[in-house]
Design a protein around this ligand. Structure first.
Ligand SMILES: [Zn+2]
Length: 439
């Protein structure tokens, strides 16, 4: 708001700067007055007089006065801000025109029939995304209900989600499964969602992973349909398609992205290795003690150590690990499985991609012959996925950070967004959290 048009009327406060700041960016309305109490501020605004024609017939309409509309605005710290909008009303004088009385609309101030200002909605969306706020917390700060806030936010997110331009420029595409609820699938629909992630590098070579979409189900069809909906121009530009080792996604890629190189996502492969160590540890634990791990058992409490990269272990952790593995000859299997998982990790962590590829080939040539059944099974899985596994080292484009980062954001926001029992709402919330929507 400029000073030329603002600060009109008779102010009831002596702080003109605050009055201007509070409505910064709203050029259509002027401040009539500002009243401050200890925990709230009331700003009365209106538009300058203007000639108004009937929206239906265009005849100049005489004023019917104004009405007060109370809007919730962005809070100032702990101070709640209410805008009282003295909304103009008119009446069409034309006999036979169906319009009758009509009220002023200022779309930059508030949506028609809305009670939360446009900029408060934008503020809330920013808080959700950047500050990991919750709808409930923001609704409290705005002094509105959860539903009132979500009703105001949802159309904005829908508009952003419906904008296909957000899919432009994707060259490297990841796909991944997400479990979004553990409820009854007959009531709430599929527990699994398929998530698409943009893994394209920017000019500086960095991947700023964005969650592009979430669709119900984990199947070839879920992914293939989504790819199909994006259109030929989108699909033709995908050079690298990353995926977790799931045949359905691979089949969708083969169908829809025939020219793209399928690459196993490093994050998922490393996780498979970790899962093998966990399985072997649990089996050996059961075999040697006859029960599941409990306090005092040597293999109990080293799960975290076994999951970490060897290079990150402290001396104390090394000592604990060694003690646990030496406690019983049968623990040798856990040690071997752990070493295998470390080899797999090392392939991805190799500074030089050619070195990494050699390590990966060694994994492919050795794991399936391992006498430990869990390791051998992982070896067979990787051999089935040989091309996609090795493609990582040839494309030189993927790393496990981005997918992991997106998964982390989804996890965090899923905990924050416990209230979302509806897929559409959940999808919008996750797209906002994990970068799919740009405002
Ligand atoms: Zn009219």
């Amino acid at each position: 708001m400029s000073n030329a048009t603002g600060c009109a009327g008779a102010p009831t406060t002596t702080d003109p700067c605050a009055r201007c700041d509070v409505l910064l960016g709203l050029s259509e309305v002027s401040v009539e007055s500002v009243e401050r109490a200890e925990t709230s501020m009331t700003v009365t605004v209106s538009t300058p007089w203007h000639r108004m024609g009937c929206p239906d017939c265009g005849v100049v309409a005489p004023s019917r006065g104004r009405r007060r509309r109370v809007l919730h605005d962005v809070p100032h710290g702990d101070v709640r801000v209410r805008l009282v909008w003295r909304q103009r009303m008119w009446r069409c004088p034309e006999a036979g025109c169906p319009r009758g009385t009509f009220t002023e609309q200022v779309p930059t101030l508030v949506a028609a029939r809305g009670s939360i200002t446009v900029r408060a909605v934008a503020w809330a969306i920013g808080q959700l995304r950047r500050e990991h706020a919750t709808i409930a917390g923001l609704a409290r700060r705005l002094a509105v209900s959860w539903w009132a806030l979500w009703r105001a936010i949802k159309p904005v997110l829908e508009r952003l989600a419906g904008d296909e331009s957000r899919f432009a420029g994707v060259r490297s595409l990841g796909v991944d499964e997400h479990i979004w609820h553990h409820g009854d699938r007959h009531v709430r629909g599929p527990k699994e969602l398929t998530g698409m992630v943009d893994l394209t590098r920017d000019e500086k070579g960095r991947v700023r992973a964005r969650l592009l979409d979430l669709v119900p189900g984990r199947s070839k069809k879920a992914y293939a349909d989504w790819l199909n909906e994006r259109g030929e121009a989108f699909r033709a530009k995908i050079a690298v398609a990353a995926l977790d080792p799931f045949g359905g996604y691979k089949a969708a890629i083969d169908d829809q992205l025939a020219d793209a190189t399928a690459v196993l996502d490093a994050f998922h492969v490393v996780k498979l290795g970790t899962a093998v160590v966990d399985e072997v540890r649990r089996r050996v634990q059961q075999d040697t003690t006859g029960h599941r791990g409990r306090k005092g058992d040597p293999l109990f409490g080293i799960q975290t150590i076994l999951r970490a990269g060897a290079e990150h272990l402290t001396d104390k952790q090394w000592a604990r690990l060694t003690r646990a593995l030496e406690a019983n000859d049968a623990h040798e299997e856990v040690f071997v499985a752990w070493q295998c998982a470390q080899d797999l990790r090392a392939a991805y962590h190799a500074r030089d991609l050619a070195d990494g590829r050699k390590l990966a080939e060694h994994v492919l040539n050795s794991f399936h012959t391992c006498p430990i059944p869990e390791v051998a099974r992982l070896g067979r899985t990787l051999r089935r996925w040989r091309d996609a596994f090795l493609a990582y080292f040839d494309t030189g484009r993927q790393n496990n950070g981005p997918t992991e980062a997106v998964n982390g954001l989804i996890e965090l926001h899923r905990r924050l967004a416990r209230g979302y029992r509806n897929y559409d709402n959940y999808r919008l919330r996750m797209l906002l959290a994990a970068g799919g929507l740009t405002t």
